[in-house]
Design a protein around this ligand. Structure first.
Ligand SMILES: O=C([C@H](O)CO)[C@H](O)[C@H](O)COP(=O)(O)O
Length: 204
């Protein structure tokens, strides 16, 4: 299991500050959608330069213009970009084809409740998805073991995101996803370094 740190709702300086404290425990640096909206591809290039040995995911949340947005992210130095599962098949196929040989595409299942949709994504060539409970949905609870039943028996690489905290990490880790994504559980902690260390220890 890998730990992905989601940098969301932070200034450029705060992104650097959090990473200086936590990088030893983080496998994948996620440049969050809001941070990209604020600073553009420049922040992806910036973090690529500062962290040449880390995997970097640009959370583009692409839903159209798949070729241009995938190239933007990968050209800026991201290893992984994201596309929304609810996008058209044409967009998802374009993202997958564009990234071939250059990087990876994670398909964000935010809002998807139909397992047939995931079967359809598999037919398009998807092998990497994220189970995601969005920020605005988290008042109903974050990720739990029930979230994982949605993908039971599906042969895909799974990342999981959405309000994962130190109280829920053991339940999440027990489901053994490939990647656990944590944002505010680390970035808003009183001691981000300590929090990152505890998440990393919990996922083994
Ligand atoms: O993708 C995310 C969300 O949609 C905001 O852009 C977050 O990175 C993801 O939810 C993880 O953050 P936390 O929920 O704060 O752990």
């Amino acid at each position: 299991m890998k730990l992905q740190l989601a940098l969301d709702r932070l200034t450029r300086e705060e992104c650097h500050r959090v990473l200086e404290e936590t990088d030893a425990y983080v496998d994948i640096i996620e440049v969050g959608t809001g941070v990209i909206k604020e600073y553009g591809m420049d922040i992806v290039r910036d973090l690529r330069r500062s962290y040449p040995d880390h995997e970097i995911l640009a959370d583009m949340k692409t839903c159209d213009a798949g070729k241009a947005e995938t190239m933007q992210a990968l050209d800026a130095g991201a290893d992984v970009t994201t596309v929304m599962a609810f996008s058209s098949e044409a967009t998802i196929k374009t993202c997958l084809e564009t990234a071939k040989g250059k990087g990876k595409v994670m398909i964000d299942l935010l809002g998807v409740t139909d397992r047939e949709k995931v079967h359809g994504l598999r037919k398009l060539g998807t092998d990497f998805v994220s189970l995601h409970i969005g920020k605005d949905q988290q008042h109903g609870g974050g990720i739990s073991s029930e979230t994982f039943s949605f993908l039971s028996d599906m042969d895909v690489k799974i990342a999981v995101a959405g309000g994962v905290n130190l109280e829920t990490i053991d339940v999440v880790a027990a489901e053994a996803p490939d990647i656990v994504i944590v944002g505010s559980g680390i970035t808003k902690a009183s001691n981000p370094k300590n929090a990152a260390r505890r998440f990393k220890e919990a996922i083994g």
